[in-house]
Design a protein around this ligand. Structure first.
Ligand SMILES: C[C@H](O)[C@H](O)[C@H]1CNC2=NC(N)=NC(=O)C2=N1
Length: 78
């Protein structure tokens, strides 16, 4: 589900039945991000949500903060 793009990004794409389901997921991701104090780049196109995770404060690389948030996001949909 998650793939690493170079050393800069963790990336994943999620498909839902419609826009409402997709945006509900975005809302839950936003609440998780606040809890983690770590915030993904988010793109929503109708029923699709794409997420990119990177730690800007560490010079825009993938760190444990990204992998921890990725795991928490994965649990939202499992
Ligand atoms: C002070 C605050 O915790 C930091 O600026 C956080 C906020 N959210 C963040 N999110 C992401 N993705 N990378 C960061 O480096 C980052 N830094």
């Amino acid at each position: 589900m998650w793939s690493q793009e170079g050393d800069k990004w963790l990336y994943a794409s999620f498909r839902f039945s419609d826009f409402s389901e997709a945006f509900a997921f975005v809302t839950r991701v936003a609440m998780l991000a606040e809890r983690h104090q770590h915030h993904p780049t988010i793109k929503n196109t109708y029923n699709n949500v794409e997420l990119w995770l990177s730690t800007h404060d560490a010079g825009h690389i993938v760190t444990a903060k990204d992998t921890l948030l990725a795991e928490a996001i994965t649990k939202l949909i499992n």
